[in-house]
Design a protein around this ligand. Sequence first.
Ligand SMILES: [Zn+2]
Length: 122
Amino acid sequence: MFVRAIEKDTLLLLLEMGKSSHPYEYMVMLGAENGIINTVYPIAGSEASEDAVTILMDMIPLGMNLVGTAHSHPEGPFLPSNADLATFSESGSTHIIVGQPFDENAWQAYDRSGQPKQLDIV
Ligand SMILES: [Zn+2]
């Protein structure tokens, strides 16, 4: 699925989760309809480990509307780490990182190769 946008409420939820889980990192999976991210799937039982996400994505048929991941960087900038790049390449087309100060500008979407990706907010 080509992902071109995120619903504003979903983006605000991702930012709020970053704030509320601070100082810990959170990680969720993202679902989309018609190219618009509109669903957040908590990862049951995970300790926000990026390995856990990769394993989970392997187990879930991608016929579902999963399109990627979102996670927080509690302290750092919202640039993908090497571990993030490995996760991105294995788990969908669109990945969002939120960071300090968790306001509406404190996020970036990336594609599978870790390049910044433009998402409209709808
Ligand atoms: Zn990260």
